[in-house]
Write a protein that binds this ligand. Structure first.
Ligand code: GRF
Length: 203
């Protein structure tokens, strides 16, 4: 199973994905890590691991459509089965999303459908919720929607700042994305024609 991972920054979820592939004895490979930022810290980490990296700087393109077309070219060179968004901070056009229908996956730091968009930890604190979490989902043209593959939870504690909550949640994100990557590599999850997630033998 061939994965291309898209990042914009630190890339800690991408590292969790790479580690899951290596440690899980999976018939899988992270073929390339692609970023819209040349200086994304995660690109340097990936290069150190011997993983090919590609930068497609969004500022080099005059429109979202032009950027997404260049991004798709960079991805398709690796012929991946799945494209994994891991802290990739650009909104993708419907044309791009449709091109990878059933093959494009994202992690979002909230329990969707609660708190789509940015600043989810602030949103959770402002909302007074007792539990916060993360969602791995198939990407559809509607931002932070789409069929849900898995969710993880963390408690919200009384004195939490957004940073405290983010740090607690990040550990769960890493485990959750690693789990989903294993399921994908083992062919245990897929999207059916009705856009429903089909699962086999997932614990
Ligand atoms: C993660 O919290 C992810 O859920 C969100 O952005 C953050 C990226 O962190 N979309 P990293 O780059 O994976 O370390």
């Amino acid at each position: 199973c061939r994965f291309v991972v898209l990042i914009s920054g630190r890339g800690s979820n991408m590292q969790a994905i790479v580690n899951a592939v290596h440690e899980g004895g999976l018939a899988a490979q992270v073929c390339a890590v692609v970023s819209n930022k040349v200086d994304a810290a995660g690109l340097a980490w990936a290069r150190d691991q011997g993983i090919p990296t590609v930068a497609v700087p969004h500022r080099d393109y005059s429109s979202r459509e032009a950027f997404d077309a260049a991004l798709a070219d960079a991805i398709d060179a690796w012929q991946p089965h799945y494209v994994l968004l891991a802290g990739f901070m650009r909104v993708l056009t419907p044309v791009f999303v449709e091109r990878y229908s059933g093959r494009l996956i994202n992690i979002h730091p909230s329990i969707l459908p609660a708190f789509p968009g940015l600043h989810t930890h602030q949103q959770a604190l402002a909302g007074g919720v007792q539990w916060h979490g993360c969602t791995v989902h198939f990407v559809t043209p509607v931002l932070d929607h789409g069929p849900i593959l898995a969710q993880g939870l963390v408690p919200v504690l009384a004195e939490d700042t957004p940073d405290d909550l983010a740090a607690r949640l990040l550990q769960v994100e890493h485990r959750l994305y690693a789990d989903v990557v294993r399921w994908l590599a083992e062919g245990r999850v897929a999207l059916d024609a009705m856009q429903r997630v089909q699962v086999r033998g997932v614990d």
